[in-house]
Design a protein around this ligand. Structure first.
Ligand SMILES: [Zn+2]
Length: 436
């Protein structure tokens, strides 16, 4: 069995891709990567550094992984857990913290310091404010795709309790623990509360989600603003430090100066190309519709084993660049103050001679492979007649096909959810029929 580092080298050097499980192990097991440096493979990983005066940890993983993380660390070191750094406040990075706190208390260790960027606590407060919404979108994002299934509860809601940071910082912070000197750096990227770390003595960079072994999650259609340009800049800063060891929160750890430089540069390119093209077209007065259909990324970049758009995708990043630098108005005046979707559906159905014509045409377009247009037409049909079982039967088919054809979990989740909506209307309609 290859070590995680050797596995990463093999994939990066040969360009081989063996699917998400191979590049993002989540077994709950710990592997020592170098003297005093370990990684617990989980969702997210937990990075552990032995300072000689207790462990410094980066991230605590998702809550269900907490007990496995405690066990894995126990098998490696009995030293107190001195400091836990949150790379950011996403639930898969902070959820396991309570298990670590409880384990320390049971052993009567000194309380663990919990460090994070100043915006982490604001994030936790936002989660309380939007818990119902998060429940709905998490079910769509993770419920519709295979990867990540079971990572949120049945109701999709986030936990109501978080282990708050005991100390926060704004831009930079030096940590001295035992023999370790660690520089914490804040940059915006996937989130506004992100931290990455540089350990100069061992030329090690702890990246959090700045490196995630998929196309960067900078476009997420259902969540708050991401910062693709800042993200790329942070990656360039890391590359300029010439790290010898890179420890990500998802995916495989990477060693070797040249290999790491290449990965960081490719990640930065993959974001900067989208940002540059989008901004150029925005500055030329293009509409959002024009831009999302005009954007182009080199295929060989997206084919790299660490840049596959299996989670997020470039088209969605365009939307986030538009939202960051522009407003929500997309350039189509009909959508500034539009008619209700249902009214458009009813009008169009009447024009073409009935909802059945829309359904037939949608079906034909789907069969021919134009799923974008097929979805537009079937939405008009079901907007016009929300209880039309025949329309929902075709809608279910079209979105099932679309989910299968898409690569990103974000798209698969939303299309899978749409198919499920129609399934339940078809099933309710059929049982009505039987009863009647
Ligand atoms: Zn993450």
């Amino acid at each position: 069995v290859l070590s995680l580092l050797d596995q990463a080298s093999r994939f990066i050097d040969n360009g081989e891709y063996e699917g998400p499980r191979a590049i993002n192990p989540i077994s709950g097991e710990l592997e020592e990567l170098a003297a005093g440096v370990a990684m617990v493979q989980a969702f997210s990983h937990v990075i552990a550094l032995d300072s000689g005066d207790g462990l410094v940890l980066f991230d605590a993983s998702l809550r269900p992984f907490g007990p496995a993380v405690v066990r894995a660390l126990d098998g490696w070191s009995s030293a107190p857990r001195h400091t836990l750094v949150y790379t950011h406040g996403h639930v898969d990075h902070v959820g396991g913290a309570q298990a670590l706190v409880d384990a320390g208390r049971a052993r009567e260790h000194p309380p663990m310091r919990v460090l994070g960027h100043a915006a982490v606590s604001e994030r936790f407060r936002r989660y309380q404010l939007t818990n119902g919404y998060n429940g709905a979108i998490n079910k769509r994002q993770f419920g519709g795709g295979r990867r990540g299934r079971g990572l949120v509860g049945a109701d999709g809601a986030f936990p109501s309790h978080f282990v708050e940071p005991t100390e926060t910082y704004e831009q930079r912070r030096m940590l001295h623990v035992g023999e370790l000197e660690i520089e914490l750096r804040h940059d915006r990227g996937e989130t506004d509360d992100h931290t990455w770390a540089w350990i100069a003595a061992s030329r090690t960079v702890v990246t959090g989600d700045f490196v995630c072994w998929t196309y960067p999650n900078a476009g997420n259609p259902q969540k708050v603003q991401r910062y693709p340009e800042d993200w790329a800049a942070a990656l360039r800063t890391m590359a300029a430090l010439e790290p010898e060891l890179l420890l990500p929160a998802h995916g495989l750890p990477i060693e070797g100066r040249e290999r790491i430089r290449r990965v960081l540069t490719d990640f930065a390119d993959a974001l900067e190309i989208v940002v540059a093209q989008t901004l150029q077209m925005m500055n030329e007065g293009a509409t959002l519709d024009t831009i999302i259909h005009a954007i182009e990324l080199p295929d060989d970049l997206l084919a790299k084993p660490y840049l596959r758009p299996t989670y997020d995708e470039p088209e969605f990043v365009v939307h986030n660049v538009w939202r960051l630098y522009g407003g929500w108005y997309d350039g189509n005046p009909a959508r500034l103050k539009p008619s209700p979707d249902a009214a458009v559906g009813v009008e169009l159905a009447a024009l073409v001679g009935g909802v059945d014509r829309l359904i037939e045409r949608a079906q034909r377009l789907a069969a021919g492979g134009d799923l974008r247009l097929a979805c537009s037409l079937i939405e008009l049909a079901t907007d016009a007649e929300p209880d039309n079982v025949a329309a929902h039967r075709i809608r279910e088919e079209i979105y099932t096909q679309r989910r299968r054809d898409e690569l990103s979990l974000m798209a698969k989740g939303i299309y899978g959810w749409a198919a499920t909506e129609s399934t339940s209307i078809v099933e309710a309609g059929s049982s009505d029929g039987e009863a009647g």
